[in-house]
Design a protein. Structure first.
Length: 465
């Protein structure tokens, strides 16, 4: 189901109440997962360290406990959103081999202290350069699934230290909500960026699709989940500042140098966030999410605004393995919102034929259509057919009813103009994780509002969704 709840593609989801994503990181900033940890936890060939369960359900429950320890997420048997066939495969593995699908480390017990050291993030972007962030995770003994984590990194180009530390637990109250509190000083991406794959792109080609700012402060959130529905509330108290492009090293220089990183409206943001998600947009036939942000003078911050956003995603399986996916989204902002809190249209998710964050919108509506062909472009070639390269034609349209410049100037066109782009994506899911994790994708898009300089070529690479 939801192996990595925190992701850039779900910036406004309840599971990720923090609407920004750590730029270019291989592991999500609020996750304790490390590259390859999902595959390791899913192994069915590891020795069984748990006493032979008296039911297939017990084996599955043991597997979920181990998976939770390895990924930093909470998985409960009665809240699974994975398909029946996936559950059956786990049970069949236990019945066939006599082993529950867990790794060779013993499951943490109530009287055991666990201390793990791992790589929290590895990233390369134009404002930090290289930043490798080791992490320590401490799980003390006790009845609660309590976890403390801390990580630290250093931007070799920016010469700035980054860190993140906090706790995560599930409260023993009705609904068993998860509680997360952390303090961080880090660099975040905003708007239409947020693809973890920019780590590789910036280093090799000099292309960096994200825009960044630095934030330092506290963040806390409570999240309730039941089956495929999650809702939560969070509060962020953060000092946000602009950062400049500092990196210059590329292994293979692209068509242009690193573009300047745009400035934001610096200040202290204190914002209450409420959100609701239903379904998994990467797998379910129908999924939806809504979010509301309130930053007001009553909280003592520098900004006073409301922000709302909603999204509905539908997918339909078709003959020959094809799939049609439609995503309708919209949102608006009221009050004196900072530039970084606007709805940024254009880039990797909305209007893919346009520049990143080309339209900083106070109010917008957008529709994205993807037709995933079941055809494997390499299917007739020996040796490489297992790579399964998939073509995805797409069409995007959006209308921006009101925009805002970085200095706060608002503009409302008398006749809002619709924007259109179309193209094709070529993608390959090299890890085989449902939902697009471990995916390389090249988008070739054309904006339909002009004849010259209308083509966009954008490569994306991600470890987890």
């Amino acid at each position: 189901g939801a192996v990595a709840a925190d992701s850039s593609a779900a910036a406004d989801s309840t599971a990720a109440a923090d609407s920004t994503a750590t730029p270019g990181s291989i592991a999500a900033a609020d996750s304790t997962a490390t590259p390859g940890s999902i595959a390791a936890a899913d192994s069915t060939s590891a020795p069984n360290p748990v006493a032979a369960p008296d039911s297939a359900g017990a084996a599955l429950d043991a597997y979920l406990n181990r998976l939770g320890d390895r990924t930093g997420q909470d998985f409960l048997l009665d809240e699974l959103t994975i398909s029946d066939s996936e559950v059956d495969s786990l049970i069949n593995a236990w019945q066939t081999t006599g082993k529950s699908p867990v790794d060779d480390r013993p499951t943490r017990g109530p009287d055991r202290l666990d201390i793990d050291f791992e790589v929290g993030a590895v990233r390369y972007n134009r404002v930090e350069g290289l930043n490798v962030m080791p992490r320590m995770v401490v799980r003390p003994p006790g009845p609660l699934p309590l976890r403390f984590s801390g990580q630290v990194g250093y931007g070799w180009a920016s010469e700035v230290w980054t860190w993140r530390g906090g706790l995560h637990t599930r409260l023993p109250v009705p609904g068993k909500p998860s509680l997360e509190v952390n303090h961080a000083r880090d660099v975040y991406s905003y708007g239409a960026g947020g693809l973890p794959g920019n780590t590789a792109l910036a280093l090799f080609s000099g292309k960096d699709w994200d825009d960044y700012y630095q934030g330092e402060g506290w963040h806390g959130r409570l999240t309730w989940s039941r089956r495929n529905i999650a809702y939560g509330v969070g509060f962020l108290d953060e000092e946000q500042t602009s950062v400049a492009t500092a990196a210059s090293l590329t292994l293979f220089e692209g068509d242009d140098a690193f573009r300047p990183n745009p400035g934001i409206n610096d200040g202290r943001l204190r914002v209450l966030r409420i959100g609701l998600t239903a379904g998994d947009e990467t797998q379910d036939r129908l999924a939806a999410s809504v979010s509301a942000h309130r930053a007001g003078e009553e909280f003592g911050g520098d900004f006073d605004y409301h922000r709302f956003r909603g999204e509905v995603t539908a997918r339909q399986r078709l003959p020959f393995g094809d799939e049609l996916k439609a995503r309708l989204s919209g949102g608006f902002v009221e009050g004196a919102a900072p530039y970084q809190a606007l709805h940024h249209v254009g880039g990797t998710r909305l209007l893919r034929g346009y520049e990143i964050n080309e339209f900083p919108a106070r109010e917008y509506t957008a529709l994205a259509l993807d037709y995933k062909l079941g055809t494997n472009l390499l299917g007739y070639l020996p040796w490489v057919r297992h790579f399964r390269v998939q073509p995805v034609p797409f069409f995007d349209t959006a209308v921006v009813y009101e925009t805002q410049t970085p200095d706060g100037t608002r503009f409302t066109p008398s006749d809002p103009e619709w924007r259109f782009s179309a193209g094709i994506g070529i993608q390959q899911n090299f890890l085989g994780i449902p939902g697009g994790a471990g995916q390389v994708r090249l988008d070739i898009a054309r904006r339909l509002d002009r004849a010259d300089d209308a083509m966009t070529y954008r490569l994306g690479f991600t470890i987890e969704r």
